[in-house]
Design a protein around this ligand. Structure first.
Ligand code: C2E
Ligand code: CA
Ligand code: CA
Ligand code: CA
Length: 278
């Protein structure tokens, strides 16, 4: 029994170290992807249903993997979420977006574009300085065109710091959105404490808005909250015309989702927008 016990332990040790190695390999490979310039941004439009205009875009990360093809963020970001690689990726995403904004500006488009910022990145003590440096490096792009989407659960530990951070960034012109609103632990507290301009109704509420009266009620409550707190509200994950109609009837006219357009490479954006606004 003792013998097998020892073996079991040895076996256990090996499997832990294999797992660690596996995870480390993933971290390394994602880091390599960044260094090898294999990361891409796709842009999903946000539109105003009332006037049929494009109001901006959300930049969404992809990995153009040499063997596996185009990978979505859920396939590789979790591996690096708790490491500093997520910070390097975040800085890259911001810079890449600023470069894209410059290209669109030159074509006469001034679309505010949002990027997703990870909790770890956003909570860096020097986040504001880092952002300021990136904006200074791309000083031909107006900071007001950059919107940062933060998932509300991000803020849990140091709401005080995060709130000050928002204020400092807003002084530079950058705006904020509360992503996945309503899904975290203390949405109402965040709404009260964080001066974000926009709240995004999570797609899990929008999905069943026509069939589930709870999701309908929650969506309506969020829309009413946005009015009371004088924030913009946008619904994500809008896939059907009936969802659009329901949201419009409740007073939410800014939407994003496959029903409008999926995320697309930058090269397709201008043509798509021209057709949409026709
Ligand atoms: P998110 O910020 O909530 O982004 C919305 C996700 O919903 C995107 O998935 C988008 O492609 C997808 N989506 C858009 N319209 C619809 C729709 O009508 N129906 C449904 N079912 N889904 C829709 P994606 O691109 O796979 O991104 C997944 C998540 O990965 C994002 O969720 C975000 O949390 C994270 N992410 C994406 N890009 C970045 C990034 O650059 N940095 C960080 N830190 N996270 C990112
Ligand atoms: Ca988002
Ligand atoms: Ca979201
Ligand atoms: Ca439609």
């Amino acid at each position: 029994a003792k013998q097998s016990g020892r073996n079991r332990f040895r076996f256990f040790d090996v499997s832990i170290s294999q797992k660690t190695q596996e995870a480390f390999k993933n971290i390394e490979s994602v880091k390599q992807a960044l260094e090898n310039n294999e990361l891409r941004l796709h842009y999903q439009p946000k539109v105003n249903l009332r006037n049929g205009m494009v109001i901006g875009f959300e930049a969404l990360l992809r990995w153009q993997h040499p063997a596996l093809g185009l990978l979505p963020p859920d396939a590789f970001l979790p591996a690096v979420e708790r490491t500093d690689v997520i910070i390097d990726i975040g800085d890259w995403v911001i810079e890449q977006t600023l470069c894209q904004l410059r290209i669109w500006n030159a074509e006469g488009h001034h679309w505010p574009t949002s990027v997703n910022i990870a909790a770890r990145h956003f909570q860096l003590p020097n986040f504001v300085d880092r952002l300021q440096r990136l904006l200074a490096k791309h000083s031909d792009v107006e900071p007001r065109l950059l919107d940062l989407e933060i998932v509300e659960s991000t803020a849990i530990d140091n709401l005080e710091h995060v709130s000050q951070c928002l204020i400092d960034c807003q002084q530079m012109g950058v705006t904020f959105s509360l992503d996945d609103f309503g899904t975290g632990f203390s949405s109402l507290n965040y709404l009260k404490r964080l001066p974000a301009q926009t709240i995004k109704i999570d797609k899990s509420f929008v999905r069943d808005i026509l069939h589930d009266k709870d999701d309908l009620a929650l969506s309506e409550a969020i829309i009413n909250l946005s009015r009371t707190f004088e924030r913009e509200v946008i619904a994500e994950g809008v896939e059907t015309d009936l969802q659009e109609k329901m949201l419009l009837a409740m007073g939410c006219y800014l939407v994003q989702g496959y029903g409008i357009a999926p995320p697309m490479p930058a090269e397709q954006v201008s043509d798509w927008a021209t057709l949409y606004e026709l």
